[in-house]
Design a protein around this ligand. Structure first.
Ligand SMILES: Nc1ncnc2c1ncn2[C@@H]1O[C@H](COP(=O)(O)OP(=O)(O)OP(=O)(O)O)[C@@H](O)[C@H]1O
Ligand SMILES: [Mg+2]
Length: 359
């Protein structure tokens, strides 16, 4: 009977949504504890948000929902709002700091799941940073399917200069990819140690020179391979790419948790494939909805870095070896990626401790 009542209370909570989201608070993992003593229900909610009013709305809605369950005689819903992820000054958190001594900031581009546009964002972010006058490298660390050879139209093997490989340079960006060293026709089972060896070579045995930013395009997901990569690459910050749907929140949360585990600060969330503007009538259609990235950032207590529109021209550019910010000199995409580049620079700069200068 008690179990029956508990099931009904969980069902009632599953009908409560976070303001502006279509997913329920149970699937978001906000319900931390539920205790029943006869008809008396005590529920504890825990969430991290910049918006305490929204959290209070969720608390009140949960209390109402539980009170309406038949058999419930008294209800208390407790709310713990955690401070959003603390933005401590934490510059390079690095397990292998000596791998890239001349690179000022290494920024990973990651996502909880595949196909959301990490490589597209990495390529266009790198070119946009270079256009802002910075020295930029791009490391394609996607062990499952390196994209940069296609996205930059480079299909040769890198030259070596004695002991180190010379990165390719295109559109102002130095580029190195696992795709340049993998034999595409031979399927390779990349076991952990082999991957790490290859990656360490791409980091340490490449003539990157002095760089302001090295952008690292990570493989999709948050499994062991990704976790190990984030541990081995000396990351300054991570950018998480998501699509606008509410379901993407779950994946973005996984991405955030992975970086928290390895103590890498998350610079923020980018919403990709956000709104499609019809070239015929100019109307904007939100194919995958819109605003999920911003709400996700709010719920997870991390900055929102901006939205990139959905546009077939982005696919064409990627397939033709010409990132969209190279294809189009100006316009919405150039602006969107330019403002993303600014947001990343700001987020990284905010996390840096002032360097001591010895006169
Ligand atoms: N804003 C956009 N508008 C239209 N198409 C896009 C956009 N962003 C990415 N794409 C396209 O979506 C596909 C997947 O993008 P991309 O390869 O960048 O994703 P990914 O997250 O790196 O994928 P994977 O997980 O396989 O590495 C590509 O064909 C790309 O051109
Ligand atoms: Mg990719």
């Amino acid at each position: 009977m008690a179990a029956d009542l508990e099931g009904k209370v969980w069902d009632a909570l599953r009908a409560v949504r976070y303001p502006g989201m279509s997913r329920d608070i149970v699937s978001f993992g906000f319900v931390r504890a539920l205790e029943l003593d006869g008809g008396t229900v005590t529920c504890t909610l825990e969430m991290s948000t910049h918006n305490p009013d929204n959290a209070e709305q969720v608390r009140a809605a949960s209390e109402d929902a539980i009170r309406d369950v038949e058999g419930v005689t008294a209800v208390e819903v407790r709310l713990h709002v955690q401070a959003p992820q603390k933005r401590d000054p934490a510059p390079k958190v690095s397990q292998s700091p000596d791998l890239l001594p001349n690179v000022h900031s290494v920024v990973a581009v990651a996502s909880g799941k595949g196909g959301v546009g990490k490589s597209t964002v990495s390529a266009n972010l790198a070119v946009s940073l270079a256009r802002q006058g910075l020295r930029v490298g791009l490391l394609d660390a996607d062990i499952y399917g390196p994209s940069m050879p296609t996205m930059f139209g480079i299909h040769e093997r890198p030259q070596t200069d004695g002991q180190v490989a010379i990165p390719f340079e295109k559109y102002g960006v130095k580029i190195m990819s696992l795709g340049f060293v993998l034999d595409v026709d031979t399927p390779v089972i990349w076991r952990g140690p082999m991957v790490m060896k290859a990656l360490e070579q791409l980091l340490g045995e490449v003539a990157w020179g002095e760089l302001d930013f090295l952008i690292v395009d990570l493989p999709p997901g948050t499994g062991d391979a990704q976790l190990t990569l984030t541990q081995r690459v000396p990351l300054s910050a991570a950018v998480i790419v998501t699509t606008p749907q509410d379901v993407a929140l779950v994946d973005a949360r996984k991405g955030l948790a992975m970086f928290q585990k390895v103590k890498v600060p998350v610079a923020g969330i980018v919403e990709n494939m956000s709104g499609f503007t019809c070239p015929c009538c100019g109307e904007t259609i939100d194919i995958f909805k819109r605003g999920g990235g911003q709400r996700t950032a709010e719920v997870l207590g991390t900055p929102f870095l901006g939205a990139i529109p959905l546009d077939p021209a982005i696919v064409e550019g990627g397939d033709a070896g010409e990132p969209i910010v190279v294809r189009e000199d100006a316009g919405a995409h150039v602006e969107a990626f330019g403002s993303l580049a600014n947001a990343v620079r700001t987020a990284v700069a905010e996390r840096e401790t002032p360097k001591l200068t010895i006169a």
